[in-house]
Ligand binder design. Structure first.
Ligand code: AMP
Length: 419
């Protein structure tokens, strides 16, 4: 693979996979253009070098059918404004007309392709008719895999160089995110600036963390975090468990959790995770006291109680003051910090104190030189709500791709380029 910074795009046509899956209102206006702005450095580098850029993305879920509601035409003007250059629209993403438009591109020009997901080949999953046999389904899937290769090859034929800058879809083995890379030589494919910074930030946490390394895992359910917690046990020194999912651990320890959220089918697994942590020398920190409420309501009556002795009719909705003192102390003494999931029902102001305290401690540790990474929709919403975003080292908005990276999985979009 090549490095985008060092690569000279002069005279080259680069096909760039971006994530322009932006929210649109009923008038098809873009309501949040973060993803478009995130792709600007890569596109500008190509144009500045004297190359031309062919931009491709998906938008929504058109499920393999042409649907004007999901047309990338809605993005054309905004993209042009954002990069300060005219953008030519292709009206399709493969075919002779697109090829002609791509070949006619001059240095400095930008061509925006139509939604990749107007073709089932992009995702590579066939629509299976109801009632077909397993054999028929298998054949249809194999047939689609072949069609996906042809589609990826047609995209590849538009350009000299392939750049992937869509980290949000890097966990998918789609035509434009992974398969296409097979049709470029090693020195003609690379990550864009956005993926590069995501991957290098994540690697600071996953591959070479400065110690002590503390992960704070929160959120409603332990079931959605098991694989990450397991993978983190091999890496972290401290694991702070917060939020609703801790009550499954508390109950597994023999605690009385009242009406707190709990997944009874995961009690055994919670015990196993604690045993594994002990065997690996990872310190687990959980709330000793909680702010309990008599209803799941911002205006409910509240009291601070021991996390192991919550009365029936009451539920723990935030970490208590004693727990927060301990959590924030551990965080402030850490050199690498990963935060995924709030430690309370932060959406309700009366139960947001714990998540705010965690965020503030992370900012303080970061000021002292720690590397902090916050990822996963809810923790990002949390730091934004408290205005703390500028104080952390890196915020990842990648969702599924981020979680899979943290789970230790190899992402197809990353592997396709790194090899
Ligand atoms: P997740 O998507 O699994 O990260 O969960 C995030 C959600 O967990 C947020 O909407 C929080 O309100 C919720 N949450 C955090 N702590 C609790 C709690 N103690 N009881 C119920 N829900 C919680």
């Amino acid at each position: 693979m090549s490095k985008i910074e060092a690569f000279n795009f002069a005279g080259k046509r680069a096909i760039v996979r971006v994530d322009f899956n932006v929210p649109l209102n009923e008038k098809f206006e873009i309501t949040d253009d973060t993803r478009i702005r995130a792709a600007v450095p890569t596109i500008k580098k190509i144009l500045k070098d004297g190359g031309s850029a062919i931009i491709m993305s998906h938008l929504g879920r058109p499920k393999g059918k042409v649907n004007p509601d999901f047309s990338l035409k809605h993005i054309q003007a905004h993209l042009a404004k954002t990069i300060g250059t005219d953008v030519i629209f292709a009206g399709d993403c493969v075919g002779p007309e697109v090829k002609a438009k791509a070949e006619a591109l001059k240095p400095g020009q930008v061509l925006l392709l139509e939604n990749l997901r107007f073709y089932l080949e992009e995702e590579g999953k066939p629509k299976l008719a109801e009632g077909i046999s397993d054999e028929e389904a298998k054949a249809a899937k194999a047939d689609m895999k072949e069609k996906q290769k042809v589609f990826a090859q047609a995209l590849a034929a538009l350009a000299d160089v392939y750049v992937n800058d869509a980290f949000g879809t890097a966990h998918r083995a789609h035509a434009s995110t992974a398969v296409i890379a097979d049709y470029f030589a090693a020195d003609s494919k690379m990550f864009g600036f956005l993926i590069e910074s995501e991957v290098s930030s994540l690697d600071k946490v996953v591959k070479s963390p400065k110690r002590p390394f503390t992960a704070i895992m929160g959120g409603a359910k332990v079931s959605s975090k098991i694989t990450i917690i397991e993978n983190m046990l091999d890496k972290v020194d401290n694991l702070i468990l917060g939020g609703g999912m801790t009550f499954t651990f508390m109950k597994a320890r023999g605690g009385k959790i009242g009406d707190s959220i709990c997944e009874d089918e995961y009690l055994e697994l919670a015990r196993e995770l604690e045993k594994k942590a002990a065997a690996k020398g990872v310190k687990i920190y959980m709330a000793s006291d909680v702010l309990a409420a008599d209803a799941f309501d911002n205006n409910a009556n509240t009291k601070v109680v021991s996390a192991m002795e919550i009365a029936d009719g009451w539920q723990g909705l935030d970490a208590g003051p004693e727990s927060l003192k301990l959590f924030t102390e551990v965080i402030k003494n850490s050199s690498t910090i990963l935060w995924n999931g709030p430690v309370g029902v932060f959406e309700m102001d009366n139960f947001a104190k714990g998540s705010r305290a965690v965020g503030e401690a992370i900012v303080e540790a970061t000021k002292k030189g720690a590397f902090s990474l916050i990822g996963g929709g809810d923790s990002v919403a949390c730091v934004n709500k408290f205005g703390l975003a500028d104080g952390v080292s890196y915020i990842s908005t990648a969702g599924g791709a981020l979680l899979e990276y943290l789970e230790g999985k190899e992402l197809p979009g990353i592997k396709a380029i790194r090899g």
